[in-house]
Design a protein around this ligand. Sequence first.
Ligand SMILES: *[C@@H]1O[C@H](CO)[C@@H](O)[C@H](O)[C@H]1NC(C)=O
Length: 157
Amino acid sequence: MFPSLSTLTLFSFLGVIFVHACPQETLKGPDGRCYGFFPYGFNHTKSDYVCKNFYGGHLASIRNAEMDKFVRSMALDLFSGVANFWVGGKQEDKGRGWSWTDKSDFVYKNWEQGQEQGGNGYHGLAVNINTGKWHSLPEVTSLPYVCTVYYKKRIPR
Ligand SMILES: *[C@@H]1O[C@H](CO)[C@@H](O)[C@H](O)[C@H]1NC(C)=O
């Protein structure tokens, strides 16, 4: 039997509801995107790779004070016993300027004094959980990380 028109209407209605819900164990940010807080710890490149290939997103970009507050307060709750966590800011080398891995404009800033200059070689942007201020850390550092999540594929290793 063919589904009736009202059945199809019901399914497309449910579809709309599910499309707007965040994937399991992710939180809706003030910008309406879904964010995952992952405590396992990878270097900056691998963290962004995992966000992209397993969750369809990127490391989080912090584009305004509201996002900054959201990300930090959730991290305070969810990452216990760590000092810093990765978001998507990166600098290829000292003096090259900062950018977000999701290509958002790098406008809003919340640097700890002296940290914006970065260091020699690839550095990532780490948020200090206790102060909320941004630090520049060598890319190879393993830290918990925050991703925008569009779907969940499987558990990364
Ligand atoms: C980052 O971690 C991945 C996976 O452990 C590793 O293959 C890669 O070489 C690391 N990158 C750097 C720059 O250490």
